[in-house]
Write a protein that binds this ligand. Structure first.
Ligand code: DAH
Length: 340
């Protein structure tokens, strides 16, 4: 029996040596120390021995078992250390490798331009106000001195929802909503989306953006209008920019002007973007018509004001030298990526 025990012991030690992973080591342990192993069988067969030999034999088997267990623990420590080292090696980070860049989003050029306009005018003390995109005929037209059958309505091809409700064609409605609520002095800016039933082409879109401005107070003159718009133009297109006022007509202003800025791409010499003119029209403006003031309960004998409406697409086209407005609405990332 002692012979057999010796053989089991050396076989078990040899098997343990074979382990090169924890998985394998545990498998081998189950095999050499488990219920069905030779050692257990040997223990069970001890009943056949003479009673006085049994304690000695039992002690011998247990001693071998302990030796195998001890060797198993040693092997376990060695293998675990090796596995940990391998894992650490695997996780090693090469800090000199180039990093992975996450794609970052950016603002749409219309939003960039809107934010810049808001910045310029808030620095001059303007408050930002919002207005609804679905307007009543009254706010969009009538209160702006465009009565129901006025021919100037033809300038703005309108999406009507009902006889009285429409998609606003201009942010000018914000003027009326402000003057109804607020006593002068008034100094507001109202950026937003407007809608007209226009065919899509390089310079037209049924949805576009405007920024309305309104200043009402005592002794406000055309000089104030000119000064404000000149500051805006220089802030937007650079300090060398010049502005030019041309007489025009809007029912809600008297006198009315259209305002051109010198082309920032050619500095007024004439190029593709300004079509050789050296100037580009970017907004309409004027002195608020006394009829509009009076309609909002503001005495035109006491107060005067100016208003302007900036076309954001126009400003963006000029600023970035874009020749086709459709690019603004197609949202092709190859186009948008250039503004990050
Ligand atoms: N609402 C005008 C348009 O859409 C632009 C405009 C012109 C706004 C003159 C004004 C203004 O406030 O005074 O064409």
């Amino acid at each position: 029996m002692l012979e057999k025990l010796k053989a089991i012991r050396s076989a078990a030690f040899a098997r343990l040596e074979e382990a090169d992973s924890m998985q394998k080591l545990n498998d081998i342990r189950a095999e050499i120390l488990g219920k069905k192993c030779e050692l257990s069988q040997l223990l069970r067969s001890m009943g056949q021995l003479a009673p006085e030999e049994r304690p000695k034999a039992g002690a011998a088997v247990n001693a071998v078992r302990q030796e195998i267990e001890a060797r198993f623990e040693e092997m376990r420590a060695i293998i675990q250390k090796k596995e940990k080292e391998a894992a650490l090696l695997n996780e090693k980070i090469d800090v000199t490798m180039p990093g992975k860049r996450l794609p970052s989003g950016g603002l749409h050029p219309i939003n960039i331009v809107r934010n810049d306009i808001v910045d310029i005018f808030t620095r001059m003390g303007y408050d930002i106000v919002d207005g609804p995109e679905i307007e009543t005929d009254y706010y969009n037209f009538q209160a702006l001195n465009l009565p129901l059958d006025h021919p100037a309505r033809d300038m703005q091809d309108t999406f009507y929802i009902t006889k009285n409700l429409l998609l606003r064609t201009q942010t000018s409605a914000a003027q009326i909503r402000t003057m109804e609520k607020q006593k002068p002095p008034i100094k507001i800016l109202s950026p937003g989306r407007v809608f007209r039933a226009d065919e899509v082409d390089a310079t037209h879109s049924p949805v576009f953006h405007q920024c309305e401005g309104l200043v009402v107070g005592k002794g406000i003159t055309m000089c104030d209008l000119k000064g404000a718009l000149d500051l805006f133009a220089k802030g937007m297109f650079g300090p060398k920019t010049r502005t030019r006022f041309r007489p025009s007509f809007f029912p809600f202003t008297e006198p009315s002007v259209e305002v051109d800025v010198s082309c920032s791409l050619c500095d007024g010499k004439g190029c593709r973007v300004c079509k050789g003119a050296g100037w580009i029209e970017i907004l309409g403006a004027g002195m608020v018509n006394p009829k509009v003031l009076a309609g909002c309960g503001i005495d035109p004998e006491e107060y005067s004001g100016f208003a302007f409406g900036i076309g954001l697409e126009r400003v963006a086209l000029l600023r970035y030298g874009i020749s086709d407005m459709r690019l603004m609405f197609e949202n092709d990332v190859r186009f948008l990526n250039q503004f990050r």
